[in-house]
Design a protein around this ligand. Structure first.
Ligand code: ADP
Ligand code: MG
Length: 297
């Protein structure tokens, strides 16, 4: 089936990022609802090859197909000075979820953190097998819904934005691994292990309610924190040995010594909760509060 941009009915606002807005949109002919990210095409390197106001839903297999922890990616089109990127809709992202948990003064259960760790590691392992990496793992690119599903988004988007501002800006953020700054560390090049570092940072952030480099001063301060200081660590007196060990294994500065996806899938922190489903009552309690903010925004 073919979708034309003018058949999409704009619905609820879902969020705003550095490069565009994400809205829920309904497509009546197929009865499908999408999350549509609209990025101004001036941020894109060249538009000539993408002058398509329509998008084919039956396009060749997309990368996320077959992986339950990757957001379904339907495709992209170019219309009205925007690139429209169509994906599956979720209820919110982890940056908002964890912020709400701590604002409500409640705990972030390790059960939940373990489910996040598992979903992201599973998604990265899937991408690794497809010879891809993510490059932008962070809480706002980890989405969840009321049924407790946790999925990674914004993968493969970098293909649309090569050499654009997006990649330049992305290179300069708080989740980047030491080998991206210090080439001396990256003996085997920049690989999926970079995403594992970002996962470790994200898990510390959602567990403590704070980004571990929140106190770094400017870009130089941040670079110093990442490359020169010891890697961030969870407080052993507040978190289980399994969770502390999981983040320690993600946050090894030399990429070759950092855990691989299979090491992590086999880790005690994942195994500990493997048989326990996510706590849907807890998720609903927090998500209802998150939703209130989005309506007000
Ligand atoms: P960033 O990831 O840097 O926050 P984005 O433009 O990628 O910026 O996304 C903006 C916000 O939109 C996200 O933080 C998230 O809360 C929301 N969002 C993105 N994609 C979806 C989706 N598929 N379903 C629901 N919400 C989404
Ligand atoms: Mg995003």
């Amino acid at each position: 089936y073919t979708i034309c941009f003018d058949e999409l009915e704009k619905g609820d606002f879902l969020g705003r990022g550095q490069f565009g807005t994400v809205k829920k949109m309904f497509h009546q002919p197929t009865n499908l609802t999408f999350a549509v990210k609209m990025v101004n095409d001036t941020l894109m390197e060249s538009n000539d090859s993408r002058n398509s106001e329509i998008m084919d839903l039956a396009a060749p297999l997309k990368i996320g197909d077959g992986c339950p922890s990757l957001i379904k990616f339907y495709g992209a089109m170019h219309a009205e000075s925007y690139i429209w990127i169509l994906t599956e809709v979720m209820d919110t992202s982890l940056d908002r979820f964890y912020a709400k948990v701590f604002a409500m003064g409640i705990e972030m259960p390790e059960l939940f953190v373990s489910k996040v760790a598992y979903a992201v590691t599973y998604a990265l392992d899937f991408m690794r097998k497809a010879k891809m990496m993510h490059r932008d793992i962070k809480p706002s690119n980890i989405l969840l819904n009321y049924t407790g599903e946790i999925k990674v988004c914004d993968f493969g988007i970098s293909g649309f934005t090569t050499n654009s501002v997006c990649t330049t800006f992305k290179g300069c953020q708080r989740y980047m691994p030491p080998e991206k700054i210090d080439p001396y560390l990256s003996g085997n090049g920049y690989t999926i292990r970079a995403d594992i570092w970002s996962l470790g940072i994200s898990l510390i952030e959602i567990s403590t309610g704070e980004h571990p480099f929140k106190d770094s001063n400017g870009v130089l301060g941040l670079i110093k924190s990442i490359v020169q200081n010891d890697p961030p660590k969870l407080d052993q007196s507040k978190f289980s040995p399994e969770l502390c060990d999981f983040t320690d294994k993600c946050l090894v500065k030399i990429p070759d010594n950092r855990a691989s996806c299979s090491d992590l899938l086999d880790h005690e922190f994942i195994k500990k909760y493997m048989e326990t489903p996510n706590d849907l009552e807890y998720i609903k309690k927090v998500m209802d509060e998150v939703k209130k903010d989005i309506v007000e925004a």
